[in-house]
Ligand binder design. Structure first.
Ligand code: ADP
Length: 491
C-alpha cells in the first residue's frame, strides 16, 4: 500500500471526513437524547406537582391537613425512585419515604433557600437529583411549596450505554468504510492505471500509437485521454517535421559534397602542385570523406526515423549474415590486436533488410573494437531466447560511464568528448543502429560497466519470423520459432 497513491489519499480523506461527520453526529445524538430524557423527567415531575396541588392541596381548607397528607402519602408516598416534600407556610408538612433506587435519605436533601425563585433545581446527591419546585396558593389562602424530586441515575445509565454504543460502533464503521472505500475506488481509478501503462508504452518510439479513450461519459478521465492524444499527435507532427528537415538537409548537402570531392580529386592530379598544396588538398579530401559519411548516416537515420524509407525485406538468416560480416571485419580486428569471436551463431531467420541489418552488426562490432584495449576481446552471438531472436555483441573494453548510457543513442553524442578524431567517431553510429532497430520493430539494450566492458543486445520480435513460412500462422510464436529454425538448419 503506497501512502502517496491517489487511491490511498482519496480513501484517507474520505475516512477523515467520515470520522468528523460521525463525531458530530454522535455528539448531536448524545446531547439530543440527554435533552429529551431531562425534559421528559421534568414533565413527569410537574404532572405529579399539578396533581397534588389540584386534587389534594386545593381541598386542604375544607378537609384538613390529616386528610391531605394521608391522600398524598397513599398516592406518592412509595419512595421508589421519586419523592415529594410539601412545605406549608415554610414548615415541612409532608415528606415521602426515602428513595430506594438509589438509596437516599430525603431528609439529607437540603430544602431550597428562602427566596429561591427557580422552578427546577439540580443537586449532586446520589448521582444527581432533579427537583421541580412550585409555590401554590390554595383557594382558601393557604400557601404551599410543592417539591417533587427524582434521581437521574437511570437517565445517566441510559446515556452511559448510549455513549458506549456510539464509541464502539464509530471505529467499526470507520474501518469498514476505509476497507470498502479502498476496494471500491480501485474500479473508477482503473482507467488511470491503463492510461499510465499505455502512455509509458507509447514513449518516444511509438508515437504513432494513441491512448485508448475510456468510455466514461465525458468525465475528467475521458477528457484527459483526449487531451493527451492531441498532445501526442502534436509531438508526432513536430518530430516528423524534424526528421523530414534533417533528411532533406542531408539530401541537399550530398550533391555539393560530391561536386567538391570531384573538383578536389581533379585538382590534385595537376602536375605542378607544390607538396604543401597536395597535402592541403589531401587533407580537404579526407574531411570531405568524413563529411560525406556524416551526411549519409544522418540521411539514413532521418529517413528511417520518419518512416520515409520503404525497406525491402526478405528472409535473412541472421546467424549466417553475422558470421560473414564478422569474417569481413577480422582483418580490422587483427590490425587492432583484438580477438574477434563469433562462436554461438544459430541459423535463425528473421524478416528484414540485409543491408540495414549488416549496418547494425558493423556498427556494434566496430564500436566494440574501437572502445577496447589492446589484446581485448569482442564476442558476437545470435541465438533464440523464448520466442525472441537475439543478437549480442559484447566486449571487455573501456565501458561506458553510467551517466552517459541514456544518451549514447542520441545523434552526435560521445561519452568521452576529449577523444580525438582518430580514436573516436562522430557519435552517429548508434543513432543509426537504433533507427534501423526501430524500423525492424526490434529493441536495443545496453549493459555496461566503466572499465570492464559493454554488452549490446538487439532483440528481434518473433513476429519477424512469420512471413518466411506463412503456413505457420496458426502456431504459437514459440512453435513457429522452433519450426523455422529447424527448417533453416536443414536447408
Ligand atoms: P561514435 O561514432 O562516437 O562511435 P556512436 O553513436 O557509435 O558514435 O557511439 C556513441 C558513443 O557511445 C561513443 O562515442 C562511445 O563513447 C560510446 N560507445 C559506443 N559503443 C561503445 C562500446 N562498445 N564501449 C564503450 N563505449 C561505447
Amino acid at each position: 500500500m503506497n501512502p502517496r497513491s491517489l487511491r490511498f489519499r482519496v480513501t484517507a480523506w474520505s475516512v477523515g471526513f467520515l470520522a468528523v461527520a460521525l463525531a458530530i453526529f454522535s455528539a448531536a445524538v448524545f446531547l439530543g437524547v440527554q435533552q429529551f430524557l431531562t425534559i421528559s423527567l421534568q414533565r413527569n415531575l410537574r404532572n405529579i406537582t399539578r396533581n397534588i396541588e389540584t386534587v389534594f392541596l386545593s381541598e386542604y381548607g375544607r378537609k384538613g391537613e390529616a386528610w391531605a397528607v394521608g391522600e398524598i402519602r397513599e398516592s406518592y408516598g412509595g419512595g421508589a425512585d421519586r419523592y415529594v416534600r410539601i412545605l406549608h407556610n415554610g414548615h415541612e408538612m409532608y415528606r415521602s419515604d426515602d428513595l430506594r433506587t438509589p438509596e437516599l435519605s430525603v431528609a439529607t436533601v437540603p430544602l431550597p433557600e428562602p427566596g429561591f425563585e427557580g422552578t427546577v433545581r439540580h443537586t449532586e446527591l446520589a448521582g444527581g437529583i432533579l427537583e421541580t419546585i412550585d409555590d401554590y396558593d390554595a383557594p382558601d389562602g393557604q400557601h404551599f411549596t410543592v417539591i417533587v424530586g427524582a434521581s437521574q441515575d437511570v437517565m445517566h445509565g441510559v446515556l452511559r450505554s448510549l455513549a458506549w454504543i456510539l464509541a464502539a460502533t464509530c471505529p467499526v464503521v470507520l474501518v469498514l468504510a476505509a476497507l470498502a472505500g479502498f476496494v471500491l475506488i480501485k474500479r473508477p481509478l482503473r482507467p488511470v492505471s491503463i492510461l499510465t501503462e499505455q502512455a509509458e508504452r507509447i514513449g518516444r518510439d511509438h508515437l504513432g500509437e494513441r491512448l485508448q479513450v475510456p468510455a466514461t461519459g465525458g468525465d475528467e478521465l475521458q477528457r484527459l485521454a483526449i487531451s493527451l492524444n492531441r498532445m501526442i499527435e502534436r509531438l508526432e507532427d513536430a518530430l516528423a517535421h524534424n526528421h523530414r528537415f534533417a533528411a532533406d538537409a542531408s539530401h541537399e548537402l550530398r550533391t555539393p559534397l560530391t561536386i567538391i570531392r570531384g573538383e578536389l580529386e581533379q585538382a590534385i592530379q595537376e602536375p605542378d602542385l607544390s607538396n604543401t598544396t597536395v597535402d592541403s588538398i589531401g587533407s580537404a579530401l579526407e574531411e570531405i570523406e568524413r563529411m560525406s559519411q556524416i551526411v549519409q548516416s544522418l540521411m539514413a537515420t532521418a529517413y528511417l526515423d520518419s518512416g520515409g524509407e520503404q525497406m525491402d525485406r526478405e528472409p535473412v538468416d541472421l546467424g549466417r549474415l553475422v558470421g560473414s560480416t564478422v569474417d569481413q571485419m577480422r582483418l580490422l580486428a587483427e590490425e587492432k590486436n583484438i580477438e574477434l569471436v563469433a562462436n554461438t551463431l544459430q541459423p535463425l531467420s528473421i524478416h528484414g533488410n540485409v543491408a540495414r541489418l549488416k549496418q547494425i552488426v558493423v556498427n556494434l562490432v566496430d564500436n566494440a573494437m574501437k572502445y577496447n584495449r589492446i589484446g581485448g576481446t569482442v564476442s558476437v552471438s545470435v541465438y533464440a531466447d523464448g520466442d525472441k531472436v537475439l543478437l549480442r555483441v559484447s566486449d571487455n573494453g573501456i565501458g561506458i560511464p553510467a551517466a552517459s548510457i541514456p544518451f549514447i543513442f542520441d545523434r552526435f553524442y560521445r561519452a568521452d568528448k576529449t577523444r580525438t578524431r582518430a580514436t573516436g567517431g562522430i557519435g552517429i553510429g548508434l543513432s543509426l543502429v537504433r533507427a534501423i532497430c526501430n524500423a525492424h520493430e526490434a529493441e536495443i539494450k545496453v549493459q555496461s560497466t566503466e572499465g570492464r566492458g559493454s554488452v549490446f543486445t538487439v532483440v528481434f520480435p518473433a513476429s519477424y519470423l512469420e512471413p518466411i513460412l506463412p503456413e505457420l500462422a496458426s502456431q504459437t510464436d514459440r512453435q513457429r520459432l522452433a519450426t523455422v529454425s529447424e527448417t533453416l538448419s536443414t536447408r
